[in-house]
Design a protein around this ligand. Structure first.
Ligand SMILES: Cc1cc2nc3c(=O)[nH]c(=O)nc-3n(C[C@H](O)[C@H](O)[C@H](O)COP(=O)(O)OP(=O)(O)OC[C@H]3O[C@@H](n4cnc5c(N)ncnc54)[C@H](O)[C@@H]3O)c2cc1C
Length: 517
């Protein structure tokens, strides 16, 4: 029979360490929760982290050799501060922190782009303009759907409805490439798979509310430097409240608090626990076990939302043989949409001059495919594309070739979340809501900024504030979901938009499906 986590541990002779709040994960969300608690004088917390450092999906690796002979540090995870802010307007909190910790970065110029197909350079810049105009029209329509509580649609339908039909354009492959670059390349999913209302909204919150600027991080200390900086303001060096290299296996919330059982046999008994694990980790069967099993409304929410995979494939050469006066190269494959479409040169002023490096990005299905291939197999495909893009250049073999496999990384199982078509804000709220003393937070719980660093930061601050008020006994008589105090609202039964009496013959419904046989 299954022995409850805390008992099995006691039988091994251990005792659980007691704390008020167990923060599970030391990414942006976890560190921001701890900081918010510390600011509210709640210092009795423990942070448990799988990796050997703070940062989570702010994750870098060494690659090839930089001009100084040392390895180049490249970001496998978040690379752009997106939507910085306008003078006099609201600033993206992430941008504020990047500046505070002097993170080296450079503006990315998305209009510095050359376009290619299998025969070499071909100008299809007009497709970019056409797509961007369609997106403006689509955004206005999505706003009306939201305001009027009209049923959500897919992003594909939204684009079609305003006249963007890639397969009916003069050069469909080019239209596909442009659409992939500006949509899949941002959301890591296709327009067919994703929500019109909520993906239009997430784009507006970041790129209209803040600004449309994207700055690329090139800091050779690593992008996680700002987060480590923030942590250093409330954690001492070697602070025992930060447990690195510790994997959470099981969360038992059957009793008064939450028992966190770790793979190394240690355990923590907390008044409250908050998991900041990615949606990918939560969706994995048995990676983290919950005791008792999560309620139906929570499980359905976890199953409903999407975690995309976004793969940057890095290449380095002995020389820079590609044009140096641009930043991006967009490739329209004759057959396959999303086939090694967007290339970015790193050998540029402000990036890594003299590095002879560039990277190509793929998403979702193509990501899953390259993740299952060997480096050599992927390299052969990548080189074939480069050679068809640059037929007049004797393109040499790379001296270094490397890419992450986010879909199988055991502390992430994917890159960042996205909102599927066919669900509601209430369903998303169920992703956020606590289950008793077990809380949930992360970029995926952000309704307005999912997929972005700012989503993780805002959710961390919100849950940190709620937990601080609960621990400090400040939520007195607050009702469930009341403002910013106390537990979060949840929807145990999600109704569609169609009342039962509308399932009738005038709506084309064969009434017999609801009758007893
Ligand atoms: C490839 C890629 C590109 C991206 N590009 C951008 C970008 O350009 N701009 C942008 O704004 N955002 C970008 N993002 C998104 C951004 O990185 C995330 O939104 C943000 O970092 C998420 O922070 P988090 O704290 O919610 O989650 P995480 O960073 O995933 O933190 C969760 C932590 O939990 C830990 N953990 C997981 N399982 C366990 C376990 N069992 N036990 C203990 N610890 C565990 C993990 O190690 C991790 O440290 C990108 C992400 C990826 C992957």
């Amino acid at each position: 029979s299954v022995i409850p986590a805390d008992q099995s541990h006691r039988r091994q002779g251990g005792t659980c360490q007691k704390t008020k709040v167990a923060i599970l994960g030391a990414g942006i969300t976890g560190i921001t929760i701890a900081q918010t608690l510390a600011n509210a004088s709640v210092t009795d917390f423990i942070i448990v982290e799988y990796k050997d450092e703070i940062g989570g999906r702010l994750h870098h690796e060494n690659f090839g050799k930089g001009p100084d002979g040392k390895p180049l540090l490249v970001e496998y995870g978040a690379n752009w501060a997106q939507g910085l802010g306008k003078p006099g307007g609201k600033e993206n909190p992430i941008w504020t922190l990047e500046k505070k910790w002097n993170i080296t970065n450079t503006p990315s110029n998305f209009s510095a782009i050359l376009t290619y197909n299998e025969t070499g350079e071909v100008d299809f810049a007009s497709e970019i303009e056409e797509y961007e105009n369609a997106v403006d029209r689509m955004g206005a329509e999505a706003g009306e759907l939201l305001a009027d509580n009209i049923q959500d649609r897919t992003m594909r339908e939204g684009l079609t409805h305003v006249g963007w039909k890639p397969s009916q354009r003069d050069y469909p492959q080019a239209a596909d490439a442009v659409e992939w670059w500006l949509y899949d390349g941002e959301q890591a999913y296709t327009p067919e798979e994703t929500s019109l209302v909520f993906n239009a909204a997430v784009s507006n919150f970041t790129f209209l509310q803040f600004s449309d600027e994207n700055n690329f991080i090139v800091d050779q200390r690593g992008h996680n430097t700002w987060l480590k900086g923030e942590a250093s303001e409330f954690l001492a060096a070697n602070d025992t409240r930060l447990r690195l290299n510790t994997v959470v296996d099981r969360l038992d919330y059957s009793g008064e608090g939450v028992v966190v059982l770790n793979r190394d046999g240690s355990c923590i008994e907390a008044d409250y626990a908050v998991t900041t694990f990615s949606l990918g980790v939560l969706q994995q069967e048995d990676v983290v076990a919950f005791e008792p099993a999560l309620p139906e409304w929570k499980q359905v929410a976890i199953e409903s939302f999407l975690i995309g995979t976004y793969t940057k494939i890095f290449l380095q050469f002995n020389e820079t043989w590609w044009p140096t006066d641009t930043e991006f190269f967009l490739y329209a494959d004759p057959v396959q949409r999303g086939w090694y479409p967007i290339w970015q040169s790193l050998d540029k002023a402000g990036f890594f001059p003299g590095s002879h490096a560039l990277f190509v990005t793929v998403t979702e299905r193509e990501s899953r495919r390259v993740e299952r291939m060997t480096d050599a197999e992927t390299q052969a495909e990548v080189m074939a594309v480069l050679r068809s893009m640059f037929p007049d250049v004797a393109v040499p073999e790379p001296t270094a070739f490397q890419y992450p496999r986010w879909g199988t990384t055991p502390w992430a199982y994917g890159s960042f979340s996205c909102w599927p078509a066919g669900t509601t804000l209430e369903q998303h709220q169920n992703l956020r809501a606590n289950v008793g003393r077990l809380w949930f937070a992360g970029e995926h719980t952000s309704a307005s900024y999912f997929g972005y660093m700012q989503g993780a930061w805002y959710e961390g601050r919100d849950v940190g504030n709620r937990l601080a008020r609960l621990v400090n006994g400040l939520c007195g008589g607050a009702a469930l979901g009341d403002g910013l105090c106390g537990e979060m609202v949840r929807y145990e039964v999600l109704h569609g938009t169609t009342e039962e009496d509308k399932y009738n013959i005038s709506n084309g419904w064969d009434g017999s499906s609801f009758q007893e046989s």
